[in-house]
Design a protein around this ligand. Structure first.
Ligand code: DMJ
Length: 575
């Protein structure tokens, strides 16, 4: 009984502390309890805040570490390059502004490349906003292959070697995919051949042959004008339905350089024969003004009633007429290319008009007999082409006339950029009496044509203004198109709203031409190399006058021309 009383009073002893009355009678204890409660809450609250802050700090530090790692990677290659590039550059690169600009463009290439490497490795194109890749060309590693020679020319050896390994181990053309033979030729065949010409690495030639063999059946048509789409695994070819069964002029006449080069380097004439037939077939009924509509029948080789343009779907057909002539060492065997080109340039002159009030020279499009005052930015390759071809005229007055036209058109194209709020050009322009030019389709997808022309004009005239214009365009890309994870186009050059695509030609062409605009002129000299329409330089090798290339030429080309470790600025020259 005594024991149970004790237990009861013991319970009472503990529970009394939970009874508020107990504290009301003892104010000092109440104060102590309140103080204790306050201290514990503060400690708990403080620890929670501390741990939240700590986590925030840790994640910030992680981000910073990542950023610094990336930066270090960039700096390592730039510094390594600086040391080697500058030590050999001293002799040739006299202008410090050019040297600085070259490095800035190279840094831009590194940014584009490391973003591709990080988010879209092996895929066709990077989508920088969503930080992923997209296979827009059937999964052929379009950006990888398009960028190879740019990496090589810029001396980004580590990056080039890593990409080369991917080509060796992962590039597979055996795909059940309906490929555009034009895009596949200019990007993949051209990119691989150019890498072969620069490095002498036979892997690239073997791969070029593999993909070209898959494209060849596209030329098996009644007329020899190719179908423009072909399945890479099964070889069945057709034309896009939207072209009403016809082939497209540019798509059908822009494989000559690549396939001729392939025949030269392999010693197998079959590639050259297919593409040269296209030109001789078109030459049979070539119009007096040298202008062909954009749709041609693969059955009869007859042009159908359609637009004539130096912009989309016409452009590179005219470009290749001139470039095959240069690539063929301007010999008799390629004279018909030059003749056709000169006719076409007279045709081009017939499309030229001047705007009011500022007198911008522009190239119209033509439908039937009427001209429309519209010019694509794509047609801005024409000033470069005209400058390249001008010196080939026998008559000095003609040479002067076409070079002047090139310069006038380049001024117009530069103003396509200058006239917008972002200083980036729209896709096409309309010319209106009294108000010069206005943007039509207002996107910019990082296209290269204007900087390409500025590169040719700088190389061929030595006028530094073209370098300055190119620099302004580069800065506009840096300002509007560069984001943390690559470069994007603009949906609208007036507002600057961004899209989600880093086009492979930005690395193949835009950045390469910009880099070469500030490089010594001995880097890829124009009398030794010809750029395909995707800016892949192909080495000019001797032709005989029949245009045949024997085994000896092929063997000669297989020798490594330029060794990677020795290659630095100025190495792409035999001088
Ligand atoms: C490139 O693929 C080539 O330059 C082609 O000839 C035209 N279009 C793009 C770049 O704008």
């Amino acid at each position: 009984m005594a024991r149970s009383k004790q237990v009861a009073s013991g319970h009472h002893g503990i529970w009394k502390y939970f009874n508020p009355a107990y504290y009301l009678r003892r104010p000092r204890r109440l104060a102590l309890l309140f103080f204790l409660f306050l201290s514990v809450s503060m400690v708990v609250w403080d620890r929670q805040t501390l741990s939240r802050d700590y986590q925030l700090e840790v994640s910030k530090l992680n981000e910073e570490v990542l950023r610094l790692q990336l930066l270090l990677e960039d700096v390592k290659s730039v510094v390594a390059e600086d040391v080697s590039v500058n030590s050999t550059l001293k002799d040739v690169q006299e202008d410090p502004v050019d040297a600085q600009r070259m490095q800035r463009v190279k840094e831009a290439m590194l940014h584009a490349w490391s973003s591709y490497e990080k988010y879209a490795w092996g895929q066709d194109e990077l989508q920088p906003q969503t930080k992923d890749g997209v296979d827009s060309f059937g999964g052929l590693g379009a950006t990888m292959i398009d960028a190879l020679d740019t990496l090589y020319i810029m001396g980004l050896d580590e990056q080039f070697q890593k990409a080369r390994e991917w080509v060796a181990t992962s590039l597979d053309f055996d795909k059940d995919y309906d490929a555009s033979m034009f895009e596949t030729t200019i990007r993949v065949v051209g990119g691989l051949l150019s890498s072969y010409d620069l490095s002498g690495d036979k892997l690239f030639l073997d791969k070029a042959k593999d993909i070209a063999d898959r494209l060849l059946p596209a030329w098996d048509t009644p007329s020899g004008i190719p179908y423009n789409i072909i399945n890479l695994r099964h070889g069945n070819a057709h034309n896009p339905t939207w072209a009403g069964g016809d082939s497209i002029l540019a798509d059908s006449g822009t494989e000559q350089l690549e396939f001729i080069a392939l025949s030269q380097r392999t010693g197998d004439p079959k590639y050259q024969q297919k593409v040269e037939k296209v030109i001789s077939v078109l030459n049979k009924n070539f119009p007096a003004d040298g202008l062909l509509p954009i749709y041609i029948s693969p059955e009869t080789a007859n042009p159908s009633h359609s637009t004539i343009t130096f912009g989309a779907m016409g452009d590179s057909f005219y470009e290749y007429l001139l470039k095959v002539w240069v690539f063929g060492s301007k010999t008799l065997s390629v004279k018909h290319y030059r003749d056709m080109w000169e006719k076409s340039m007279n045709g081009l002159v017939s499309l030229v008009k001047k705007s009011t009030p500022s007198s911008f020279t522009y190239i119209c499009e033509k439908s039937g007999n009427s001209l429309s005052d519209k010019m694509d930015e794509l047609a801005c390759f024409a000033p470069g082409m005209l400058a390249l071809g001008a010196s080939g005229y026998d008559d000095p007055a003609e040479a002067k006339k076409f070079l002047s036209l090139a310069e006038e058109l380049a001024w117009t194209c530069y103003n396509f950029y200058e006239s917008t709020p972002t200083k980036l050009a729209g896709e096409n322009y309309f010319f209106n009496s009294g108000s010069d030019m206005s943007v039509g389709t207002s996107w910019n997808i990082l296209r290269p044509e204007t900087v390409e022309s500025l590169f040719y004009l700088w190389r061929l005239t030595g006028n530094k203004t073209y370098q300055d214009w190119g620099w302004n365009i580069f800065e506009a890309f840096e300002k509007n198109s560069r984001i943390e994870s690559g470069y994007v186009g603009l949906k609208d050059v007036n507002t600057g709203v961004k899209d989600n695509k880093m086009q492979s030609f930005f690395l193949a062409e835009t950045l390469k031409y910009l880099y070469l605009l500030f490089s010594p002129t001995t880097v890829i000299p124009l009398d030794e190399w010809v750029f395909n329409t995707e800016a892949h330089p192909l080495k000019i090798v001797p032709w005989n006058d029949q245009g045949n290339l024997g085994q000896s030429t092929a063997v000669q080309q297989r020798k490594p021309t330029i060794r990677l470790r020795q290659r630095r600025i100025g190495r792409m020259t035999n001088k």
